[in-house]
Design a protein around this ligand. Sequence first.
Ligand code: CO8
Length: 383
Amino acid sequence: MTDMTTSKPSTSGIVLSGSGLWTPPESISNEELVEAYNAYAEKYNQENAEAIEAGELNAKPFSSAEFIEKASGIKSRFVYRKEGILDTDRMRPYIPPRNDDEISVQAEIAINAARIALKNANKQASDIDAVIVSCAYTQRSYPAIAIEVQHALGINGFGFDMLVACSAATFGLHRAYEMVAAGTAKSVLVINPELTSPQVNFCDRDSHFIFGDVSVATVIERADCCQSEHSYDILGIKAATVYSNNIRSNFGYTSRASDTDPYAADALFHQNGRKVFKEVCPMAAEHISDHLSAHGLTANDLRRWWLHQANINMNLLISKRLLGQDATADEAPIVLDQYANTASAGSLIAFNLHHEDLVAGDTGVICSFGAGYSIGSLIVQKR
Ligand code: CO8
């Protein structure tokens, strides 16, 4: 494990002052998803009966809505475009191309969340010095989505994109915190437009149910600039990474040169879910515990845990390890029943929906964990 950053300022001076959540208007329930997948599997097995019989191909196993809810806690997911996903001849979303002079899809959903975060932070675009777009995938390499967003919102300063899979949101907030601490920016807009559905293999029974689309945004700024109703001192940040092939997507810009099929199963999201579960849970629990003790805190001092949302059983296990008992829904809210796994955005959806009831002095932790492996946390205290 490479411990990249642990910081503990005596007085923070840096605050999280606003949060925005944009939820796509369309959703797919487990039942709808399973019905389409099973129809596809049946058709596939019929069409390939001879090859399956000869042992040249594996038959597609059937999926079940009950399994999905029990194994993951997911009941439904939001998607940017439903069209195409449930079509057994397509099994992927249809997102029409846009001209270069039109706003790109990812910038559009980034802006949707950014406007809400700016409003909640009581900020104008002119107050922002930098834009970070950080997510599991960007739809192109350049120009950066962050610069497109910066231009569309009329923000001065600079913007850049970052990719850190499941920890893209927390690591993006870390960079904003450091920029404010270094004095290179006084207010930073961090956006996580997680457009996961184009990378989901809807033909794979073991992973077709895991992901959803969403966009979240956060304003991080100097405490003396803060004018928001609900703001949080950032007491400290901590990040760690350790290399693992257990969650992987191989599609990239070199795929064209290596003649790799962009539809191949290993080009899309794939994982060894059991191993991820076993390896990441203890790492995340230890990470949070170490981070808290570096600040003289224990798990019992936390009013709320805004945890990564990949699997409800992971969240229950991690909070139980730390608290010695099950966390209540009030202590560690779950949003993945409705949103599914939204790559890096889950902990910030939970924060967005469940923070306004905290009172001054209440402390909480925002923590991501997953692909990389990567773990990122922020300890925050209501002002
Ligand atoms: N329907 C019915 N049965 C199923 C299904 C299904 N859909 N899927 C599996 N089964 C069967 C299996 O075949 C197996 O049967 P058998 O025992 O006969 O072999 C049985 O159910 C149990 O299978 P598993 O052991 O695989 O099931 P688990 O209980 O482990 O649950 C999970 C599977 C839900 C995937 C679980 O392992 C899990 O959630 N693990 C952690 C996953 C995780 O956190 N992953 C991180 C994801 S990465 C991330 O968050 C961001 C990445 C970047 C974004 C990518 C965007 C696309």
